[in-house]
Design a protein around this ligand. Structure first.
Ligand SMILES: [Zn+2]
Length: 77
């Protein structure tokens, strides 16, 4: 376990944006890395309900999940 590489001021989060060819969708979810499963499920549900498409969790993970840096002390208080 080497957590000491990370700075204390930022952490890593997962982000999904539904920026497919479908215009007008601004769906965007960000969670902690631990919440990956939930993030995938939320996105899957969104795609099904809003776009009527069935996508697999693997597909979502491969195509839409991004890892982003989140800085603390700014907006989250
Ligand atoms: Zn969407």
């Amino acid at each position: 376990m080497t957590n000491d590489l990370q700075s204390e001021d930022s952490t890593t989060a997962l982000q999904v944006a539904c920026d497919t060819e479908i215009s007008g969708c601004v769906f965007l979810v960000r969670t902690e890395e631990d919440d990956r499963d939930r993030l995938l499920e939320i996105t899957q549900e969104h795609v099904k309900e809003q776009h009527g498409e069935d996508v697999s969790l693997d597909e979502i993970e491969a195509q839409h999940v991004k890892t982003v840096e989140v800085e603390h002390g700014g907006q989250d208080r």
